[in-house]
Design a protein around this ligand. Sequence first.
Ligand SMILES: Nc1ncnc2c1ncn2[C@@H]1O[C@H](COP(=O)(O)OP(=O)(O)O)[C@@H](O)[C@H]1O
Ligand SMILES: O=C(CO)[C@@H](O)[C@H](O)COP(=O)(O)O
Length: 574
Amino acid sequence: MASDTPLYIGFDLSTQQLKGLVVNSDLKVVHVAKFDFDADSQGFPIKKGVLNNEAEHEVFAPVALWLQALDGVLESLRKQGLDFRRVKGISGAGQQHGSVYWGQNAESLLRNLDSSKSLEAQLEGAFSHPYSPNWQDSSTQKECDEFDAALGDREHLAQATGSKAHHRFTGPQILRFTRKHPEIYEKTSRISLVSSFLASLFLGHVAPFDISDVCGMNLWNIKKGEYDERLIQLCSGVFGVEGLKQKLGEVPEDGGLHLGSVHPYFVERFGFSPDCTVIPATGDNPATILALPLLPSDAMVSLGTSTTFLMSTPSYKPDPATHFFNHPTTPGLYMFMLCYKNGGLAREHVRDAINESLKDTPAQPWANFDKVALQTAPLGQRNASGPMKMGLFFPRHEIVPNISKGQWRFTYDANTGSLEETTDGWNSPQDEARAIIESQMLSLRLRSRDLTQSPGNGLPSQPRRVYLVGGGSKNKAIAKIAGEILGGVEGVYSLDVGDNACALGAAYKAVWGIERQPGQTFEDLIGQRWNEDEFIERIADGYQKGVFEQYGQAVEGFEKMELQVLQQEADKAN
Ligand SMILES: Nc1ncnc2c1ncn2[C@@H]1O[C@H](COP(=O)(O)OP(=O)(O)O)[C@@H](O)[C@H]1O
Ligand SMILES: O=C(CO)[C@@H](O)[C@H](O)COP(=O)(O)O
């Protein structure tokens, strides 16, 4: 390909790292660079990308860390030989819900960025508050109760905003901020989401929210396409409604909008072309569904720090147990999502316990976990009618369902429907490798079953394909068990970009934003250029008659188990 053809960059500012991925107009990846927060940053006492205040259940990240990371990733791309002059468009993805609080001098500091200094050196003073509340935070129960109550109950809130109130959602977080730091709130000129923060750095002024990511705030009325006045009223606390609206700013509808050209900082420091255009950055989950032309009958499971389950759908069927967002590019479509806090880190706990019990940490740290998981029979059953082992493994307060941290193990007899909380018959931690994967997948199947349909030929309802993405998607043991539980008539697939799907989706968004014809949808443009044989790999079987139905029985036991644990926890609290 000629060396002056256009390139596009997608960034992924996630929990544990910032990635930058470069594609050409044919959607081929030409560069990837990564800045790992724990390994590569200097001067931040973080662990897994965040800081904790356990006493108040707060989890937060230093904003300056992300500034250091952005210069770091661009520097790595330069070292790889990226010719920045060819980059025509930039978009990005940010971990969802996190908020960044800009001070009074933010716009002037952004506008006057000096290319001889690092972003960190000159923007540290741009924030009224140095930390961004992280999606793993669970400090806002009081505020969540108020949000649910503001529209009557959690059903009505979900109907209006796509989700019931959640600890991590930005509205409840802002309300708590107005109470905990009233004087800082007053001095805050603008509030960004992590996605719009990233776009702001490239633009050199505070960028608007993205039409999909704004749905992760419990403030946006999805059907009306505007902020919900009652929720803005609540969220502004003792401060004025107008003041909050001004801090939040406008929300353009077009996900491919040209926000403006990159700031001269990037032209002078890295050699970007002055006409390189910034396209709205979206949330990391919305960006992930843009990594391929996803059909409404497909499901994606993102195995990152969080585990998320994603579908693109024309129907808006909000429910307090799930999330709906506007689709990031296509009006009339929505994104359905389930999000679990205890994803990758919970699996790592079991992995480490197994390595410890075997006194063996192999070079590939997942080797023992995978071997044990595959050697264990489905549901730890000794025979087809034996008791099923199942459990909940939550080293952190879980979102789905809303349960404090803890570990519970049960056996379930599918013939009698009896459920017993017991560790009898469990060989821990070995049995937990399969059990934790099963627990996560059974929860996904339970909560997504109303959105799937029968693919025909008398087959049970299930997705057409299951796509695995995120750090855990390279794990074939997880893929095999995911296929057994979730099904997928055509099988379980992974993207050849492995754990970079989110950055890839952001890069595709930039391609579409710049190269689309008037009215051309994302699905149309990406669908035309998508090369299935090259971009995806079938890594496991999906639907398997017999085992899928066996797990269907287990879903019933799983639901009962969750309800019992919820009841036990509620009784303890009273
Ligand atoms: N081979 C593997 N098997 C299972 N999980 C893995 C494997 N490799 C990485 N992971 C998991 O991937 C997670 C990071 O995923 P990633 O998508 O990169 O993170 P982020 O949440 O920051 O976007 C880690 O927490 C780790 O547990
Ligand atoms: O809170 C959510 C979604 O609602 C999380 O999915 C965050 O968006 C962070 O994701 P990762 O860092 O795990 O990719």
